[in-house]
Design a protein around this ligand. Sequence first.
Ligand SMILES: [Zn+2]
Length: 136
Amino acid sequence: MSDTLNTKHETDRHSRSVSPYRAGFRCVCPNCGEAPLFHNVLEVREICPHCDFDLSAADPGDGAQVFVILILGFVCALLGFILYGTFSMPPWMIAAVLGMVILFGSIWMLRVFKATLVALQFHHDAHEGKLDDKGA
Ligand SMILES: [Zn+2]
């Protein structure tokens, strides 16, 4: 019985053969690097359809949103100054351009950052701490 549990535990462990940054940028499973990580725009799958890796423990929290807000906010503010100062675009056109950049840029960046955080979580075997956890 113990051997069966150990074997099952070893097969469930993350192989660490896929770079978490490559898997995150491509938004694919952090274990096999083949199947898509999301089953809609931003929702992480429960189980990988390619390698049956359990992704239900993935919890990137609000980390991806913070990165996207800070980075995209800086880029859009800079882009707004450039469009107004250098190209003398009218404000309504700047608002339209920045609106599209914010809409599509935030969705793309949220997918990449969320997938990277999930991949890093599995790569480093990060999980919630427990008092009875002996660090094994
Ligand atoms: Zn997989």
